[in-house]
Design a protein. Structure first.
Length: 65
């Protein structure tokens, strides 16, 4: 199965926390928020996961590969 994760928002409601880090990389219990999403999708049988990015995409790409 394939999944698409929409991770391109600016996180305006989380400012000033998102000035230096995109919303998907905000830590929750010591891990980036997007890590929980990706692990859950993989555990549910998704073999191809596409993550769409926009705001601070370089940081997100560097983090998740």
């Amino acid at each position: 199965m394939k999944a698409v994760v929409l991770a391109g928002g600016e996180g305006t409601r989380l400012k000033p926390l998102t000035y230096k880090r995109p919303k998907p990389l905000m830590p929750v219990a010591g891990r980036p928020c997007i890590d929980y999403v990706l692990r859950s999708l993989a555990a549910s049988g998704f073999h191809e996961i596409i993550v769409t990015t926009a705001y601070m995409s370089d940081a997100l790409i560097k983090s998740i590969g």
